[in-house]
Every structure is written in C-alpha cells, then in structure tokens.
Design a protein around this ligand. Structure first.
Ligand code: SF4
Length: 482
C-alpha cells in the first residue's frame, strides 16, 4: 500500500527560481519513481537516506491538490508537473492523480509544464485533457538505442514510444519539446534525434560529479569523461567550444534552446541560440495570456546580428513607416553615446520572427547602433502570439507624438541646453508686444476677415492653442462670447 505524498507543492527557488518561468513545482507522486533511471538526481538524493522506493512511490491526495490549486494559484500562473519524480510513471494508469490535476488546472486557467519520460501523456485519454492554451510538454530522451535504454531507464517506455508521443503531440497542436537531457553524446544517435518530427528541442548537457562518475564507470558503455574539464558549483562540464560543436550537429528543429548551470555558457546560448533569450523553455513566449492580463515583458540584451529593421518581412506587418536622414542618424548616434542610460531604460521593442527579432519600436535606434558598431541592444520581446492588430498599434503609437512643446517654457527654463542637438525643435519665441494693436470692431460689417501671418511651426502651435473650434476661440478672444 502506497503512503500519502504530502509535500507535493513547492515554490521554485535557487537557480531554477531565478531563471525559469514557472513559480511552482507540483509532484503528483514522490519518494520514488518506477522509471528508476540509473542517473536520477532525485534517487541519488533520497536513496542513501532510505527515502527512495521505486516499487511503491507515495501518492499525493487529489483533494488536497485541488484545494491548493484553488487557493494558492492564480489564472496565468504556470506550474511544473513532475519536478522531483515523473508524474506519468506507470502507477498513474491506476491512480489518475496527474489527469485530475490537469483538469483542475484547466478549470483555474493555470498553465502547466509537463516534464516526463513517458508516452502516456500523448494517449487519447490524456490528449483530450491537454488544453493547447495552457499545456507545455517536454518529453525527455537520453538514449536512442532501445536495449541500452532498457538497462539505464528500466521502468520507462523506450525511445521509439517517446518519439511517437512527441510527434502525436506536435500533430495535435500542443506546445511540445524534445528534451535531450542529460545529453550524453555517446548515448545518442543524432540521426535519430534530427529525424523526429517536432519543431522544438531543449538540450541540457551532462554535468559530472563523483556520484555520476561512479555510476557511468559501472555502465557497460564507453563514455569519455576526460573532456569535462570546466568546474562550476561542484560539477564538471564540457567547455563551451565543445558544447557549441555538439549543438551545431542538431539540425532537425525549427527552434533549439539550451538550458544549463554555467552562467557564462548560458549567456552565450541566450545571445546566439535560444529562441527566447529570456526563457529557455520558452513558456511565456508560447503561453496564451489571459485576456485581462498584460503579458510580462522583460528587457534582455540581444546581439545586433539577430535583430532586423522592419522591412516588411513579417507577412502581416507593413514595413516601418518612418524615415530619417544621415544627419538625423548622426545626431541620434551622438545622443546614444552621450546618454546610454536612456537606451537602457527604453530598449527596442522587438517581435520574434524566423529565428530573428524584427524591430517594432526603435528602427532608427537600431540603424544608429549598427552605424556605431554596437554588439547588442536592450530589447523588450513581444510574445509571438500577441494579437497582430496590437503589434501594429504599438508600431504607430511608439512613433506617435501626443503632445506639443510649450515653446514659452522651453525658451524660458530650458534654453541653456543644446536643444537642437538633442532633437528638440524649439521655436524661437519673440516678444511682439510692440506690435500689439487695438482693433475697434464697431462699425464693421457682420462678416470680417482677419489674416494673421505665421510660419508653419508657429501656425501649428497657434492652431493647437486655439483648439478645434478655431472661430469660436477667436471670437472669444475678441470679446464676442463668454
Ligand atoms: S523518470 Fe526522472 S524522476 Fe523518474 S527515475 Fe527517471 S530521472 Fe528519476
């Protein structure tokens, strides 16, 4: 008889909490996993304390899970299902705790990331419950050979079954990633991986500690660990150059992302490879936002090599309707050099497109940065599923100007600053009071014409001050109306 798994709900903390876009881990089963993989970190942690029971894992109480979902989660949150152990391990077939949890999350419109080594998630009775607006699935593969897999991951479905499940989810329109984790090159046939019909792959490289070293040395497979020479936080890692070579051989996917612990390496992936530099799982980028909730948009630095001017390459988005002269561009470049803080505070607004980022707001700044030889730019990435009309609206609103300079205040309070060099079109305000004339309107016919002469910017200013009802304002000024 399985015991109750009580600590099923955990706030994500540490490195994972800082980086990942899910705030909660929810485990429907715990203290054991029937897949019983030889390299399992959870097993390594719990086994020596005699808390790991792969034959009879503990089972969470669905009523408690429902209560927790109702009281502690909000619409728009994302939880990770299967953070500690696999929530689709075989005992799910009899207990259905994960299935009922998914139903409860659907009801609350809470998003969920499922990480599993099982194909059960793609079987019809589960597929029917996966809501394409809320579900993200990552099916892990470590080994592509069936026999080796049986030895290392004895209780889990084989690679063939998992690949079929990935393809079924992809066909059904569910956000699915092949999770190559841990990536041990000797255990993977990349031709098999590259032929999987799936848009997205997430790679996590193997990190080695003494426990993993011992486990791998007992494995009947030749795995060369001599290249794991970079030491970070208690683990040995491959150098970045070696990892880059391996990632270059992953070619069968539209979107490649790498997730890892070495900060410096992660930065490189974020800048040069990851589809969403802000989130390697790319959950928020794919997550349908609740209608009343604005998506969270975070600033990130993106290399200029991945940013494009809006030249109409997105088929539903017209090209940027602004133009500039070389002189204006020079002035902007000078301004950015003088005040980089302003660029930091108001980054470019970009939209993901075909592995690049098209500028929605800030085309001229991109042109100036390119001219200056800058390497990257702070950007706000709009979600790929953002309403298209909204994106167009941002293009125009970002360029629009709702106000007018108060010329009198400019010339009185700001005149000591280089306004023209800073792109402020100041109109010289002169004192014309010596030209004031009193007009005696008595004796005029009913219709009179007053012609006032202004140059164009002055005319705009006067027009704005008079408001829409110009005739009314003028009559009022002449004392004919209240
Ligand atoms: S499926 Fe995951 S949790 Fe289960 S044994 Fe394997 S590595 Fe551990």
């Amino acid at each position: 008889m399985s015991s109750e798994f009580k600590s099923f709900f955990k706030k994500v903390a540490g490195n994972e909490g800082d980086r990942c876009h899910y705030a909660i881990r929810l485990d429907t089963y715990g203290c054991g996993c029937q897949h019983n993989c030889g390299y399992c970190y959870a097993r390594a942690l719990l086994d020596f304390r005699k808390l790991w029971n792969p034959a009879q894992p503990s089972i969470a109480n669905i009523n408690r899970i429902r209560h927790t979902i109702r009281t502690r989660l909000r619409r728009g949150d994302i939880v990770r299902l299967g953070g500690m152990t696999d929530c689709f391990q075989p005992l799910e077939r009899d207990n259905r705790i994960t299935q009922q949890t998914i139903q409860a999350l659907n009801e609350m419109r809470v998003g969920y990331l499922i990480v599993t080594k099982s194909d059960l998630v793609a079987e019809p009775e589960y597929l029917a419950h996966l809501d394409p607006e809320l579900a993200h699935v990552q099916i892990s593969l470590t080994i592509t050979d069936e026999k080796t897999c049986k030895r290392i991951e004895p209780g889990a479905p084989g690679p063939g079954a998992r690949i079929k499940a990935i393809e079924r989810l992809q066909e059904a329109g569910i956000d699915v990633q092949l999770r190559l984790s841990p990536f041990i090159p000797e255990l993977v046939d990349l031709a098999v991986i590259n032929s999987v019909r799936c848009d997205k792959i997430l790679v996590e490289f193997l990190r080695v500690n003494s426990w993993i070293r011992k486990w791998l040395s007992n494995l009947d497979a030749e795995i060369d660990l001599s290249g794991y020479t970079e030491h970070h936080n208690g683990y040995d890692h491959l150098p970045l150059a070696k990892k880059r070579g391996l990632i270059d051989s992953i070619t069968g996917f539209r979107e490649v992302s790498v997730c890892e612990d070495v900060e410096e390496h992660q930065r490189w992936w974020d800048l040069h490879v990851n589809a969403n530099p802000d989130d390697c799982c790319n959950l928020r980028g794919n997550h349908a936002q609740p209608k009343n909730n604005m998506p969270k948009i975070h600033p990130v630095n993106i290399p200029l090599s991945r940013i494009r001017l809006n030249e109409g390459q997105v088929d539903w988005l017209p090209r940027n309707p602004r133009q500039w002269t070389r002189e204006q561009l020079d002035r902007l470049a000078e301004s950015i050099q003088e005040t980089p803080q302003l660029l930091e505070a108001r980054g470019l607004i970009v939209y993901p497109h075909d592995g690049t980022f098209v500028v929605i707001g800030g085309n001229m700044r991109l042109a100036a940065l390119t001219m200056m030889g800058a390497k990257d730019a702070p950007c706000y990435i709009l979600p790929e599923d953002m309403d298209r009309e909204k994106v167009k609206e941002i293009v125009l609103k970002d360029n629009g100007d709702y106000g007018l300079w108060n010329q009198a205040m400019l010339s009185r309070d700001w005149a000591d600053l280089p306004l023209e060099r800073w792109g402020v079109e100041a109109i010289e305000v002169k004192d014309y009071s010596d030209k004031n004339k009193e007009i005696n309107v008595g004796g005029f016919n009913e219709n009179i014409v007053l012609k006032l002469k202004y140059n164009e910017p002055q005319a705009t200013l006067v027009s704005a001050r008079l408001g829409e009802d110009k005739a009314g304002s003028l009559l009022k000024a002449l004392g004919y109306e209240d």
